[in-house]
Write a protein that binds this ligand. Sequence first.
Ligand SMILES: Cc1cc2nc3c(=O)[nH]c(=O)nc-3n(C[C@H](O)[C@H](O)[C@H](O)COP(=O)(O)O)c2cc1C
Length: 229
Amino acid sequence: MKKRIIAFVSIIVVVVAAIVGFNVYRSSQRNASENTSTSSNSSAKVKKNGTVTRKGKNGKVLVVYFSRTKGVYGGALKRGNTARVADFIQEKTKGDSYEIVPQKDYPNSYDATTKVAQREQDENARPAIKNALPNVKKYSTVFIGAPIWWGEYPMIVRTFIDNVNLNGKTVIQFTTAEGSGLGNTAETLRKAYPKAKVREGFTTEGNKVKNDPSGVRSDVNKWLNGLGY
Ligand SMILES: Cc1cc2nc3c(=O)[nH]c(=O)nc-3n(C[C@H](O)[C@H](O)[C@H](O)COP(=O)(O)O)c2cc1C
């Protein structure tokens, strides 16, 4: 009798272990198919597919941007400074646009954001992007815009750059900042895409976007006219 009970309990244990193990495996497979990492840095996770935020008629131009409304120098905004510049570029070029959205949002306060950003830079991190990356095959020109964080593109833009090959295309940087201008964004793009044509970028002060958006719109239009748009 005792032997039978032991045998019965053993069977139950094996069956329960198999069910739990299968569920753990299934959930890990689901996570793997939702995320793909093409970078050598395993923390740079981005979802598959290809989405654009806004669609224009041009079809050849993509405006990529990262921008924040909270944790911004000078207080919260309705629309981020760089996002507004991206809007102006998108309107003028009639391109599509794509927003880089972080998997883990940055803090709401400016001071806390500067600390996180500093740490990411020190660690050469590649923070994960939440939304699907755009399929860039059909675009011949890609604008890449962001606020300057500690003198350069925020590291999440580097996640984008590592995962999206723009060699052979025209790549143009734009930034908003409170004094650093374009920082080292041109060098970053040239290094990442040695076979791309990196053209003259645009920068303006975040404060100016906030206080004089129509002035910035006309600065953007002048710059784009100079580039032939
Ligand atoms: C983490 C962090 C670091 C920053 N570093 C710089 C900097 O090095 N140089 C600079 O001029 N502005 C710096 N700024 C200011 C932003 O570049 C500026 O406020 C920008 O317009 C914000 O744009 P957004 O609303 O698109 O995020 C920094 C802001 C943050 C939050």
